[in-house]
Design a binder for this molecule. Structure first.
Ligand SMILES: [Zn+2]
Length: 349
């Protein structure tokens, strides 16, 4: 069961301002087709509320919805969103969970706010990937290759510093990557020798033309303002019969139920959509894909982060608590109550 706080709210919905968003990191080869109108930053430092809005359900457009969790900035409690509360609501029409209020679409392109609200992946230059961090990538690679056994061309739309692409290249794939932050792209080039990679915003900018045999978006979909439009855009660069790999946190997981506002999968305020098995399935199938495989897992790091937030115990005691919780909740990992969902689907049109 998704935890419910019970409050019912309805009201007028204000969607994005209508301003054309800007790609802050234009690079050669990926031009922005929209004429940018730079958002105004005036008044921002004194009133961050200027950049908040009520949202409608991103799947059906329904207004309002029952509040299931309310929390502050779950990743950076000292960031620019400190003191603000964001609500996860479940749409009364279709059951999709979404964040409202949320930051307006143009907020992430405001220099003062953007990089502090949407920071780049924090892995330091030269830092090795641990075996624990590597395991989810290995499992995803195996699942992707079950759907597409012959190595082909793969596009990673949230490649970070290129760990997954590095892995697939070793298995014979030809790899292309995108990441929004130029510094992270530079790390992918120097540390993992990912030559074909670029910095841009995948929601607004054209994707590399492809066609690709596989496109992966690990952890990316919850950040999309228009998830269905985005999935349709991805389908356009897939080869006939190409596959897509998606991973998202599971709002109906045991971890979400237990840790509530401390659950590491919430990702507020950056996560705008919160999925469970049914809503992810519906969105993907209605966007022109056939779901081939859907699996769950609870990585130890995910539970550890939730425990650290809910029960910040120091030293050995904290370590034992996190380990015990990880083992306990890891037992639910393979069931529908796992913390994260991985979905593999094939384009049907
Ligand atoms: Zn809805």
């Amino acid at each position: 069961m998704v935890p419910e706080l019970g409050e019912e709210e309805k009201g007028p919905t204000t969607l994005c301002s209508g301003q054309a968003p800007i790609c802050p990191f234009p690079e050669k080869g990926y031009s922005n087709p929209m004429q940018p109108a730079k958002p105004k930053a005036a008044g921002l430092e004194t009133d961050i509320h200027t950049y908040l809005e009520r949202a409608a359900c991103p799947l059906c457009g329904g207004d309002g919805g029952k509040i299931v969790i309310e929390a502050g900035d779950t990743w950076n409690s000292r960031g620019p969103a400190r003191g603000l509360k964001f609500k996860v609501r479940r749409c009364q029409k279709c059951g999709m969970c979404f964040t409202s209020p949320r930051f307006r679409e143009d907020s992430k392109h405001v220099p003062f706010l953007g990089r502090r609200l949407f920071p780049a992946p924090t892995k330091k230059q030269g830092a090795a990937v641990t075996r624990q961090e590597m395991r989810p990538f290995l499992r995803r690679a195996e699942r992707l290759q079950r759907a597409h056994p012959v190595p082909g061309k793969v596009l990673d739309l949230a490649m970070g510093d290129g760990v997954f692409l590095h892995l697939l290249r070793a298995r014979g794939w030809s790899v292309t990557g995108i990441e929004k932050d130029r510094e992270v792209v530079a790390r992918a080039r120097t540390q993992r020798s990912i030559a074909d990679c670029s910095a841009c915003d995948v929601e607004y900018d054209p994707l590399p033309p492809g066609p690709f045999d596989a496109v992966v978006l690990w952890g990316l979909l919850p950040r999309m303002y228009r998830p269905r439009v985005f999935l349709e855009k991805v389908r356009e660069v897939l080869a006939p019969g190409g596959v897509i790999g998606i991973s998202v946190p599971n709002i109906r997981s045991a971890g979400a139920w237990l840790f509530r506002k401390h659950w590491s999968g919430l990702g507020l305020p950056r996560h705008l959509v919160h999925f469970d098995r049914d809503s992810l399935n519906r969105l993907v199938e209605s966007s022109g894909y056939q779901v081939l495989e859907l699996s769950f897992e609870t990585p130890a790091g995910s539970t550890g982060d939730s425990v650290r937030s809910a029960l910040p115990l120091p030293g050995l005691l904290g370590g034992i608590t996190r380990l015990s919780a990880s083992i306990l909740l890891g037992g639910f990992g393979g069931t529908g109550r796992g913390d994260s969902i991985t979905l593999i689907a094939r384009a049907t049109r």
